[in-house]
Design a protein around this ligand. Structure first.
Ligand SMILES: Cc1ncc(COP(=O)(O)O)c(C=O)c1O
Length: 400
């Protein structure tokens, strides 16, 4: 297996040719949003320049063209996650919308929903907000705790867990979890926001019932996402939002709903975003997720090895980079993580995120304020990893 041709990949990202204060940009905030390659930007522009019309409604030539492009995009995403049918792919704005759709449509009132101790607010608040019984399985030494899961799965209606954590990059053993959930008559929704961009996710192999992810974390346009659901489950799901496109007929006192996915896609859609997202999926497929994962772990290893030598630094999660994907979430003793991020930005244009990363629940439970988080992707280089390590070492000397 060949490794990533990072130099060639970087040519596709125009922002990486730019400088700020005569220094290159070192973008390590891809868990928030990734940069966009020119192929995706061109595809978005193609919609606005060549067929800026409505899909699924107008019969004129431009209408037909955009309808074709949107349906082709659905097929691309179907292939990307290996879904059985294209009708199992629902276009959303983001992971959050997909999860809220399930929370509001599955009939979970009074029912038990099970998560983990490291859920993003988007996969926590929708369950706390409804009248559901919410519980969590806590990691044991940073590993998924099957003992606790086997106890808590009883009488659970829905397991709603993050696949890969945005907090520390750890990934749960989804296939085994799903098998046990199904043996206990529970459905499973995977929050795949942080796994889809980095590793192979095959909904058939996993046998997952629902899967939500965002386009903007996988090189796609902002405000794009996907909710996957097994077709028979989608057919029986209530609709969360109603309006144009969700029905095929209506009277003053009644309406007839469309089938999935249309019944969930209310109102005019983000056509440019949808076709841009499909282009991002094609781009990632061409590169190969196995190479992407390997590249991130190589850089994570380089960084972790050096940061481990600094006693003032504490890395969140397991001390094995192979288990943390492309994420290095860390704290420097007695230093506010926001200051760490600002200083890295000021000194070297190193862009990392700081704070609670929308996982306040975990930080509160662990009595921590937050962390600085570097998240790596296909365009990060070994040279950047070295600059990052040096910048952090310099910073430690300053704050000591
Ligand atoms: C694990 C995880 N779940 C859900 C989300 C929410 O994604 P979005 O804001 O795109 O809906 C994020 C975003 O960072 C995330 O990392």
């Amino acid at each position: 297996m060949f490794s990533l041709n990072v130099e060639k990949i970087r040519e596709d990202f125009s922002i990486l040719n730019k400088t700020i204060n005569n220094k290159p940009i070192i973008y390590m905030d891809s868990a928030c949003v990734t940069l966009k390659p020119k192929q995706v930007v061109e595809k978005i522009n193609q919609y606005y320049n060549e067929f800026p019309a409505c899909a699924g409604r107008s019969t004129h030539k431009l209408g037909k063209k955009v309808t074709e492009e949107v349906e082709q995009s659905r097929k691309t995403i179907q292939k990307f996650i290996n879904a059985k049918k294209q009708e199992e792919i629902i276009f959303t704005r983001n992971t959050t919308e997909g999860i809220n759709l399930i929370a509001n449509s599955l009939g979970l009132e009074g029912k038990k929903v099970l998560g983990t101790s490291k859920e993003h607010n988007s996969n926590l608040l929708p369950w706390l907000n409804g009248n559901m019984k919410y519980d969590i399985v806590k990691d044991k030494d940073n590993d998924f705790n099957f003992e606790e899961f086997n106890e808590k799965i009883k009488n659970t209606k829905l397991v709603a867990m993050r696949h890969t954590s945005n907090l520390d990059g750890t990934t749960i053993p989804a296939k085994e979890i799903i098998k046990i959930a199904h043996e206990n008559q529970a459905l499973v929704l995977l929050d795949a926001a942080q796994s889809i961009p980095h590793k192979e996710v095959d909904v058939k192999k996993l046998d997952v019932d629902f899967l939500a992810f965002s386009g903007h974390k996988m090189l796609g346009p902002s405000g794009t996402g996907i909710l996957y659901g097994k077709y028979d489950l989608l057919e029986n799901l209530k609709t969360f939002m109603l309006g144009g496109e969700t029905v095929f007929d209506s009277n003053y006192d009644s309406f007839k709903l469309e089938k999935p996915p249309e019944k969930f896609e209310a109102g005019l859609q983000n056509y440019a975003g949808i076709i841009g997202l499909a282009e991002a999926a094609r781009y990632l497929t061409k590169i190969g997720k196995d190479k992407i994962e390997k590249h991130e772990i190589k850089l994570n290893n380089m960084i972790t090895e050096e940061l481990n030598k600094i006693p003032e630094i504490d890395i969140l999660g397991p001390n094995v980079p192979e288990s943390r994907s492309g994420i290095i979430s860390f704290n420097i003793k007695n230093t506010d993580p926001h200051n760490v991020a600002s200083m890295l930005d000021a000194s070297n244009n190193i862009m990392v995120r700081s704070g609670a990363h929308c996982v306040h629940s975990w930080f509160n439970a662990n009595k921590l304020k937050g962390s600085a988080r570097a998240s790596l992707y296909i365009y990060n280089t070994e040279e950047e990893a070295d600059i990052f390590v040096k910048a952090v070492k310099d910073l430690v000397k300053i704050v000591k």
